[in-house]
Ligand binder design. Structure first.
Ligand code: GLY
Ligand code: MN
Ligand code: MN
Length: 546
C-alpha cells in the first residue's frame, strides 16, 4: 500500500509540470458573495495616495506562507494592510501606490498590483490563482501584472533620484528561497530603508536607539544595543548598520549627526505610512461594520451555546470544540486568535490556550473567544460557574469585575484619552478588592488585574490605532479582570478564581454601543441560560461523550 501510494504521489508530482497555463481550467478563485467591495478597497487606496507626496511609492508586501516541518503549509492568512487595500488573499503579491504615477507598458497608473502568475502546479496542489488579468478585473485595481516583473519595475522607479519609497515594517519569518524572500532581497537592492522590524527584542532596542538623542539616554542605550549586536539577531542590513553606527559613535553629538545624515528621512517615511494606515483602519466604515458585527454575532452565539452546554466533568477542549464548531458552522473562516478556555487554576492564566483540563463543579471557567469573518475578528470573554451557579466568593468577584467593566464602558466616549476606560475600571477594582479584604493597605491592584483594559479591534484582534483620544467609528474592547492565585496574603477561599468580562464597544458621538450585548453578562442572565440544554450536552450530542 505504501509503495502504491508513493508511486501515485510521484505521478501526481510530474503531471502538473507538463500542464501549460492554457490548460488551467477557469474556475472561480473566490466563492463568498459578501466580501468587501472593490469600491471599498479603491476608496481606501485613494485615501492613502492622497496623504503621500507626489514622488512617493508606497510598497505593501503580502504575509509569508508559514510551513510545518518543511512539509505542509499552514492555512494562509493575508497581511491585514494588503487585505484592507486590495481584498486579495493570494500570497507573494505586492501593491504599489504612486500618487505621481508609475509607467508600465506605456501606461501610467497610480496603483499597481503584482500577483503570482497562474501556475498549473500551484493550482493543482494549493488553490486557484487569479493571474494578472483576472486580478485586475475582479479586484478593480488600475493595473495588475506578474510579480516576476517586480525587479524591473523597482529598478525603473529607483532611477529617479527624487523618489521616496514608503513601506511598513517588513515581513519576518520568511522562508529562505521563497518568492517573498526574493522580493525582499530585490527591495533591499533598490531601496535605502530603515524601519522598526525584526524580533521583539530588536524592535525594542531600535526604539530605544531612536529615542537616544540626549547624553543620558545615549549612555543608557549603549549596553542594550551592544548586546543585540552580540546576539546577532538583526536580519535587516539597514538596521544592523544603524546599530553598528550607534555603538561606534563616541558621543550623542556624533550619533545625532550620523542619524540625521543616514536614516532620519527613510525612517520618517516608514513611520508616516504606519500612521496613515493606523488612522484609516481604526475608523470602521459601514461596510466593515457589517462584517465585524457578523464576527461578533457568531461569537455571541458560541458563548450562548457554551453556557447551555457547560457541565462538570467536561474537558476544556470540549467547550473549545463546541465554540469553534459554531464559528465554522456559521461561515467564519477561522478563530481570530487561539481560543482561551481556562478553568480552575487555569482561569488565572491570561492567555491559557492548551485546554486539556477536566472541569469540576467548583470551578469558574474563563472563555475568551473570537470568530474571524472575512478578515474581521470579534474578541469576547465570558466567565461561567461550571456547575451553573456562582458560589458567594465567585459571585462577589464577578459582580466587581462587571461593575468595573460598566465603568470602563461608560468612559468609552469620543474625546476621552484611550486610557480612560482602563483608569475607570482599575479604580473600581482597586476599591472593591480593598472592601473585600483581598487587597491590603500598601498592596497594588496590578497584583490582581495585571493586563490592559482595552485595545482596538478589527482586521486583527489587537488592531492598529493611534492610542490617542477615542474617536467615533473606532471599535475597542473593554475587558477588566481579577485573577487570584494562591498566596499567603489571601484567604484560600478566594484562590483560583479568575474572572474576565470582555465586550466589543463602538465609539460614537453619543453613548458607547456594546456590539456584543447578545452574550448574557449578568449573574442572573448567565445562570438562567445555563439551565437550558445545549448542543454539547445532549444525550447523543455533538461530543458523544455525555
Ligand atoms: N483575546 C485576547 C485579548 O483579549 O486581548
Ligand atoms: Mn481583548
Ligand atoms: Mn479576548
Amino acid at each position: 500500500m505504501r509503495v502504491l501510494l508513493a508511486s501515485l504521489f510521484c505521478c501526481l508530482l510530474v503531471l502538473p509540470a507538463r500542464a501549460q497555463p492554457a490548460d488551467i481550467p477557469e474556475s472561480p478563485v473566490r466563492y463568498d458573495t459578501d466580501l468587501l467591495s472593490p469600491a471599498f478597497h479603491q476608496e481606501r487606496r485613494a485615501a492613502v495616495r492622497a496623504t503621500l507626496p507626489e514622488n512617493a511609492v508606497a510598497i505593501f508586501f503580502s504575509a509569508p506562507v508559514r510551513n510545518r516541518e518543511n512539509d505542509v503549509d499552514f492555512e494562509y492568512r493575508q497581511d491585514s494592510n494588503l487585505l484592507y487595500l486590495t481584498g486579495t488573499h493570494e500570497p507573494e503579491s505586492m501593491l504599489l501606490l504612486a500618487p505621481g504615477g508609475i509607467t508600465v507598458d506605456d501606461e501610467t497608473v497610480t496603483e499597481l498590483l503584482l500577483v503570482p502568475p497562474r501556475n498549473a502546479f500551484t493550482e493543482v496542489w494549493v488553490g486557484r490563482r487569479f493571474g494578472a488579468e483576472r486580478a485586475q478585473a475582479t479586484l478593480g485595481v488600475e493595473k495588475a501584472i506578474s510579480h516576476e516583473r517586480f525587479s524591473e519595475v523597482l529598478a525603473m522607479l529607483a532611477q529617479d533620484p527624487e523618489r521616496r519609497f514608503f513601506h511598513l515594517p517588513l515581513p519576518t519569518g520568511v522562508t529562505e528561497g521563497s518568492a517573498l524572500a526574493d522580493q525582499l532581497a530585490t527591495f533591499h537592492a533598490h531601496v535605502k530603508t530603515f524601519s522598526i522590524s525584526g524580533n521583539f527584542l530588536v524592535q525594542n532596542a531600535t526604539r530605544l536607539m531612536l529615542s537616544a538623542t540626549t547624553p543620558a539616554a545615549f549612555s543608557r542605550a549603549k549596553g542594550i544595543i551592544g548586546g543585540r549586536l552580540e546576539a546577532s539577531d538583526i536580519d535587516d542590513p539597514a538596521v544592523r548598520a544603524a546599530f553598528e553606527a550607534f555603538t561606534e559613535s563616541s558621543d550623542v553629538e556624533a550619533w545625532n549627526t550620523w542619524r540625521e545624515e543616514n536614516f532620519t528621512a527613510a525612517f520618517a517615511d516608514g513611520v508616516l505610512l504606519q500612521e496613515i494606515m493606523q488612522q484609516l483602519r481604526a475608523i470602521k466604515t459601514d461596510e466593515e461594520m457589517v462584517l465585524l458585527q457578523r464576527a461578533i454575532d457568531i461569537t455571541t452565539a458560541a458563548h450562548r451555546e457554551a453556557m447551555r452546554s457547560l457541565e462538570p466533568g467536561m474537558h476544556e477542549y470540549e467547550i473549545e470544540a463546541l465554540v469553534e464548531y459554531i464559528f465554522r458552522r456559521n461561515g467564519a473562516e477561522d478563530s481570530g486568535f487561539p481560543s482561551i478556555v481556562g478553568s480552575g487554576e487555569n482561569s488565572t492564566i491570561l492567555h491559557y490556550n492548551t485546554s486539556r483540563r477536566a472541569m469540576t463543579a467548583d470551578d469558574v471557567v474563563v472563555i475568551d473567544i473570537g470568530a474571524e469573518y472575512h478578515g474581521y475578528t470579534a474578541d469576547i470573554t465570558r466567565t461561567l460557574p461550571v456547575n451553573g451557579t456562582f458560589s458567594p466568593e465567585q459571585k462577589a468577584i464577578y459582580e466587581l469585575v462587571l461593575q468595573a467593566q460598566e465603568a470602563g464602558i461608560n468612559a468609552s466616549r469620543a474625546g476621552n484619552p484611550f486610557q480612560s476606560p482602563g483608569q475607570a475600571a482599575s479604580q473600581a477594582i482597586d476599591a472593591g478588592l480593598r472592601e473585600l479584604g483581598i487587597l491590603k493597605a500598601g498592596g497594588n491592584v496590578r497584583s490582581f488585574f495585571m493586563h490592559g483594559t482595552s485595545h482596538y479591534l478589527g482586521l486583527y484582534v489587537h488592531d492598529v490605532g493611534s492610542y490617542g483620544p477615542l474617536q467615533p467609528g473606532e471599535v475597542i474592547t473593554v475587558e477588566p479582570g481579577i485573577y487570584i492565585n494562591p498566596s499567603p496574603d489571601v484567604d484560600p477561599k478566594w484562590w483560583h478564581i479568575g474572572v474576565r468580562i470582555e465586550d466589543d464597544i463602538l465609539i460614537t458621538n453619543g453613548d458607547p454601543v456594546n456590539l456584543s450585548a447578545d452574550a448574557p453578562r449578568t449573574v442572573a442572565e448567565i445562570e438562567a441560560l445555563m439551565q437550558e440544554q445545549g448542543l454539547g450536552n445532549l444525550p447523543n450530542g455533538v461530543t458523544g461523550t455525555h
